[in-house]
Structures are given as structure tokens and as C-alpha cells.
Design a protein around this ligand. Structure first.
Ligand code: HEC
Length: 160
């Protein structure tokens, strides 16, 4: 009985050591693989590495005019006040992040995709994944906006 225990313990230790060095090899392989950046380990790292990332969703390309379209922004404020203020305050962190200045840290496409396709974004997008963790796993709600409504909200965000 005692002998069997010792053997199990011994093989467990061997397995653990083997696992440890195996992990090290994997990391160095990833590091040297051409064109494959190491996966980010924090929100700050994801934001730094994926600054130009457009996210996952229906919007792949969006050019913003230099001038803000005030009429569109007004419409966007109406949508925001109705469907987003339960979780977002414009200038301070609430249940979700404050949208003020969001285009300094995200691309317009990313913002649109986060609004229109949050479920997939938090699963697949490297920044959204860490945002979800940062916000205590409270998921961003899909408010079923049309693409036009989401675009108007984005225009409103530019005025904040
Ligand atoms: C039920 C709460 C909730 C509602 C309602 C909600 N959000 Fe969010 N939102 C969040 C949370 C929480 C996050 C942070 C990411 C996460 O946890 O998934 C977030 C993240 C975001 C982000 C990314 C912010 C950043 O700094 O990158 C945008 C943009 C956003 N929401 C826009 C909206 C808009 C526009 C609406 C209304 C149509 C809305 N949200 C409605 C909770 C909500």
C-alpha cells in the first residue's frame, strides 16, 4: 500500500517537471515563430499591440469626415440616452467604460463592432476580451441597434 503511494507520488513529480520544461519550450517556439506575436496578457498590452485593430463584426471599413455631423450626433445622443445610459456615463467609468475620448484609443470600426456585435467581440477580439475581465465579467449588452443608429452614436461620441 505504502509502496504504491510512493510510486504514484514519484510519477506525479516527474510529470510536473516534464510539464514545466515543456511549457518553456512552447513559449520560446511562439516567440520565434515568424509573424506571430505573443498573445497579450493584459488590457494595456492588448491596447498597445492592437491599436489599429478593427474588431470582429459587420463593419470592416469606415471613414470619418473631419467635420462632425451635428444632426447625426443629435440623433446618436437620443439613442444613447435611451439604450446605453443604464450602463454608461459619458465622462466617467460606470458599469461600462466612459465613451469620452474613445476614438483616441479605438478605431471607429472597432467601436461600431463592439456596439453591434458585443457577444462575438468579447470572445474573439483581443481588446474586448480583456475589457470584459476588467469590467468584472459584466458583459456589454447587445441593444440591437441598426448600423445607422450605431453610426449616429459614434458621431455623438465624437462630440464628448
Ligand atoms: C448592461 C450594461 C450595458 C449596456 C446597456 C450597454 N453597455 Fe456598453 N459596455 C458595457 C460593459 C460592461 C462594457 C465593458 C466591456 C465588457 O465588459 O464586455 C461595455 C463596453 C462598451 C464599449 C467599449 C468601450 C471601450 O472603452 O472600449 C462601447 C463602445 C460601448 N460599450 C457602447 C455602448 C453603447 C453605444 C450602448 C447603447 C447602445 C451600450 N454600450 C450599452 C455595458 C453595457
Amino acid at each position: 500500500m505504502k509502496k504504491a503511494y510512493v510510486i504514484i507520488l514519484f510519477s506525479t513529480v516527474m510529470w510536473a517537471c516534464g510539464g514545466g520544461s515543456g511549457g518553456g519550450e512552447t513559449a520560446s517556439e511562439e516567440g520565434s515563430a515568424p509573424g506571430k506575436a505573443a498573445a497579450p496578457t493584459s488590457l494595456a498590452e492588448a491596447e498597445a499591440n492592437y491599436k489599429d485593430y478593427k474588431g470582429v463584426g459587420p463593419v470592416s471599413s469606415l471613414e470619418l469626415a473631419d467635420a462632425i455631423d451635428e444632426a447625426m450626433a443629435t440623433k446618436g445622443k437620443e439613442v444613447f440616452d435611451m439604450k446605453c445610459v443604464a450602463c454608461h456615463k459619458t465622462e466617467e467609468k460606470f458599469i461600462g467604460p466612459a465613451p469620452k475620448g474613445i476614438l483616441d484609443r479605438r478605431t471607429p470600426e472597432w467601436v461600431m463592432n463592439m456596439v453591434l456585435n458585443p457577444e462575438e467581440m468579447v470572445q474573439k477580439d483581443p481588446i474586448a476580451k480583456f475589457l470584459l475581465i476588467e469590467y468584472n465579467l459584466a458583459p456589454m449588452a447587445n441593444q440591437s441597434l441598426t448600423e445607422e443608429e450605431a453610426r449616429a452614436v459614434l458621431e455623438y461620441f465624437r462630440t464628448l
